[in-house]
Every structure is written in structure tokens, then in C-alpha cells.
Design a protein around this ligand. Sequence first.
Ligand code: UDP
Length: 363
Amino acid sequence: MKLVTVLGARPQFIKASVVSSALREAGALREIVLHTGQHFDANMSQVFFDELGMSPPAHHLGIHGGGHGEMTGRMLAEIERVLQAERPQAVLVYGDTNSTLAGALAAVKLHIPVAHVEAGLRSFNWAMPEEINRILTDRISHWLFTPTDAAQRHLVREGTAESQIFPVGDVMYDVALHHGARVGAGGGVLARLGLAPGRYLLVTVHRAENTDDAQRLRVIVDALAVIAREMPVVWPLHPRTRQVLAAGVQGADPSQGLHLIDPLGYLDMVQLEKHAAVIATDSGGVQKEAFFHKVPCVTLRDETEWVELVDARWNRLAPPRSVQEVATAILAAVGSAGEPVEPYGRGDAAQRIVQRLRTDLGA
Ligand code: UDP
């Protein structure tokens, strides 16, 4: 028995690492990894395979760039070819990228059942490419593995059969427990950048709604410049964000007081997260990792899929509309703590996913 896992973007390599290792341990289902190529720089892709102990992909499509339609369409055609050759019993997809949608669509058209990890998340913002990808993927998936109660409620409200919804918890929590524990305060990126633990702001920005909107990006850069007068600001730049900043953000000076660095591997990133005074981000994964490491977080968006962290006051929304409001929100979050909640399961999501697939596939 075998299944094909379709991956393509940074957060997917990270999420898949724990499920792949649970599959290897179980032994009954052979995993064939297909990498679409959506993220291709070594520090956006290879580093995660190396650090998180993943087998190299059996298929690498090398597809990236172009518009959403072109990228998704090319992936769809190529994934279909691989699935026809491999003839797996199931296809496993993660999250909400173009690779997720292409993998799910190629499989379902070939009558191969799809397992969607991180199903049911909703921002209710149809302008986000991720919202479209996740809703369509949920609709055509056979197994919907939800990370949170909110995700489960969304699927039930949309009419998904409850027999297809599996509340397993969040695989990112598994990763944080398993790999995050390997990271200490000594050496690593903290030492390389000369940062004192607990005394800096960590930032990530890559959502299209921020990178592709000059006004919002300028608010973010200017707010970070305000913070940089109080404490160092470390910003590992996603390639898309670096490209936009290199093209020049009118009215902003990204060099002033900001550590603009290349994307980090997972272990360096976790070290920076664990020891930050505060984290400001538009990343889904980073919002949760801030919580896992009990660091206050400010989300640079109008809404979030991870509402339970806002409810428990580990996180707060700061839509990048006003420099002063964003800077104030970040500074006000320093030193704060939320309520003691445990919304992401027990750290055994990967085991539960593999168990369910084995049972249902008779493997
Ligand atoms: N991450 C990383 N290096 C970086 C920035 C992020 O390893 O320079 C990790 C981060 O720790 C988290 C994941 O990438 O595990 C989040 O991915 P991303 O922000 O790209 O996507 P999202 O979570 O928003 O889908």
C-alpha cells in the first residue's frame, strides 16, 4: 500500500516532517513524496528536509513562478502524470497553497481519496488565495483532519459529513514539541546576530495582502523603524517580501535599525521565536509557535484563522493601517501573557492521522 504526499511550500515541509516519520515508524503505508517546486531556494526548501530528517522527494516538478492560474494549472497536469504512474491508495496534502489545491484536484479526478491536514480553517476573506485553496481542497477531500475546535465547527456548518471530520489536533504542535525541544539559547542565530535573549522583536511578513499592497507594507516598515529605536528588530525576509522591498517601498527606509536577514532554517527560527520579547507576523505557523513558546504575538492582518489565541490574549490583531497603531500594539504586547489554554491537541496529531489512514485503508 502506498500514498503520495504532495508538498511545495515551506510550512508544508515542516508539517509533513512529523507525519512522514509516523508513517515510517508504522511501516504499513509507503510514502512517496512529490515536491511541486513552489518554494525552491535552499533556505526555503532543502534546509527543512535536512534539519527535520525527511527523505528526499521521489518526484520534483520544479514548478514555480507565474500567476496563480498558470502555476496551479501546470502543477495539476504534472501531478496527474505522477499519480497515474504511481497509482497510490491515497493522496496527502497540507494547508492552503497552490500545491495543496493542485494535489487534491489531480487526485480526486483520478478517484484517489484525498487526506487534508489542517482542514476547516477559515479567514472568511475571499480575497486571500489561501482561503480559496483551503475551501476547495476541503470540499474534495475524503479525510478532513482538523487542528482546532473552530476548524471543526466551520466544516460542520458548511455541511461536511461528520464521519469525514477527524479532530486530531495540530501537527505544528507535534513539530514544536519534537524538534523545538532541540533548540537552546546558546550559539545559533542569536549569537551570530549578537542578540540578547528577551530583548528583541522578531518579524515575518509574506502574505500577499501585505507584500502586494504598497501602503500596508510601508506602514509595517515604518512601524518597525519606530520599534527599532527601542530594541533590535530581526526580520528574516521571505523571498517575495525581499523582492518587493528591493524594488523600493516609497517613503520607507528598510535599512534603518532593522536586521533584514535571509530566511532561516527551522531550528534557527525556533531559537529566535523562543527568546523574542515579542513577535509580529502575518504567518499562520509563526502565530502558533509564538504561543507554543509563550511569547506574545501581534498579527499584522485584519483577521486570523487561529482565533483561539486572540480569545486567550496570546495574540492580538494589528491591521497595518496606521504606523502609530501598529507600533503601539507591538510595544504594548511586550511582557504580556495570555490565559492557560491548550487548543492544539496533545502533540500526537501525526500519530492519529496515520492511525486513521491505516484503519480506513486496511493497511
Ligand atoms: N519559518 C522558518 N524560517 C523563517 C521563517 C519561518 O523556518 O525564516 C518557519 C516557521 O517557524 C513556521 C513556518 O516556517 O514553522 C511558517 O511558514 P510560513 O510563515 O512561510 O507560512 P504560513 O505558516 O503562514 O502558512
